[in-house]
Design a protein around this ligand. Structure first.
Ligand code: GLA
Length: 372
């Protein structure tokens, strides 16, 4: 059997534990987060995947070799959380790794791919994030990292397909071996970069997880995204406190334009009004979830100002103008967007018709252009 490519027609939306909670997770947190997704209205906006990241497994497999949830932190087991999610109209995601151990040092799927896929299917899991730590490259002499990734992600992909349960597969090998060139055959999204950190720019650390560094890599990969398979520039940091609200609006707008998965990474149980207004912007979500499934193309950039255009299913376009610099600046995006006419600003709702646009430092403006 092969992987079901109809499973992910638009980028997945939901929540993942990692950015805010790391390894410090338990079933109370998961249950409360489910309730918060529903009560806040975020689930109704499309944030339906509750994805448990690293930290859920017990330190040892069972006598029969199966992965088991940590008995202290998940005493009720994973199946019960899946039932609870499904009862609320949500979906449950889980995490493993292609290697011998997860990045956090817990048991992972190398040599157990079939058994783990069957375990996840028996728990009614809907989504698997498969990480890339502790891979035994010594078992693959002479093979490149790309080849090993194709083999190991191939194993888990086939094992998932053979369970007969539709399960989204998220490949998390940080862009190593250009997964955008081959991962669509095996899964539904693939990380394009290293791990995001909650920072706008870290000048001395190079491209290591800050928003600007991730954007620089991911924005070039628009040709590879589309219905069934998505570039994954990592999960959202909106609301975690390391950036300004202006920078968080930029983070969210760029992820929407780049058709990225929208996986909330803040504590949704204590969502602030500001964070709720950013991640709950229906017009931006609609761009991200547009059924045409195109990632915005960068059509122009100069001196740290970037212009992105995303074709939409109704024949219209989304236009984003991002000022990465620390200074106020002005630009005329419409010179590069022929026939735009009257446009709607998706942050303010205001209607505008062309002309020079002013941008604050780190600001991103986004407009919707009606079909011609
Ligand atoms: C890797 C992944 C992260 C997260 C951690 C968990 O770093 O890229 O997204 O899953 O592992 O340990």
């Amino acid at each position: 059997m092969v992987m079901d490519s109809t499973l992910c027609p638009t980028p997945p939306m939901g929540f993942n534990t990692w950015n805010r909670f790391g390894m410090d997770i338990n079933e109370t947190l998961i249950s409360e987060t489910m309730d918060a997704l529903v009560a806040s209205g975020l689930a109704e906006l499309g944030y339906v995947y509750l994805n448990i990241d690293d930290g859920w497994m017990a330190p040892e497999r069972s006598a029969s070799g199966a992965l088991v949830p940590d008995p202290a932190r998940f005493p009720g087991g994973i199946r019960r959380l899946a039932d609870r999610a499904h009862g609320l109209g949500l979906k449950l995601g889980i995490y493993s790794d292609c290697g011998r151990k997860t990045c956090g040092g817990l048991p992972a799927s190398y040599g157990h791919e079939r058994q783990d896929a069957e375990t996840f299917a028996s728990w009614d899991i809907d989504y698997l994030k498969q990480d890339w730590c502790n891979v035994p490259f010594e078992d693959f002499p002479g093979q490149s990292e790309r080849q090993v990734a194709q083999i190991l992600y191939g194993r888990i992909s086939e094992a998932l397909a053979d369970t007969g349960r539709p399960i989204i597969l998220s490949l998390c090998n940080w862009g190593h071996g250009e997964p955008w060139e081959w991962a669509r055959e095996l899964g539904h999204l693939w990380r394009t970069t290293g791990d995001i950190v909650d920072a706008y720019h870290r000048p001395r650390s190079g491209w290591s997880g800050d928003l600007l560094g991730i954007f620089d890599v991911n924005v070039e990969l628009d040709a590879f995204a589309g219905p069934g398979g998505w570039n994954d520039p990592d999960m959202l940091e909106v609301g975690n406190g390391g950036m300004t609200d202006e920078e968080y609006r930029t983070h969210f707008a760029l992820w929407c334009l780049m058709a990225a998965p929208l996986l909330l990474g803040c504590d949704v149980r204590t969502l602030s009004a500001e964070t709720g207004a950013i991640v709950g912007n229906r017009d931006l979500i609609a761009l991200n979830q547009d059924p045409l499934g195109r990632q915005a193309q960068r059509v122009w950039h100069a001196a740290g100002v970037h212009l992105l255009v995303k074709p939409l299913a109704d024949g219209g376009r989304a236009v984003g103008l991002f000022n990465q610099t620390d200074a106020r600046t002005a630009a005329d995006p419409w010179a590069h967007v022929p026939g735009a006419g009257t446009v709607r600003d998706l942050w303010t709702g205001a209607t505008e018709s062309g002309g020079t646009v002013e941008l604050a430092p780190h600001q991103t403006r986004v407009w919707r252009v009606a079909p011609r």
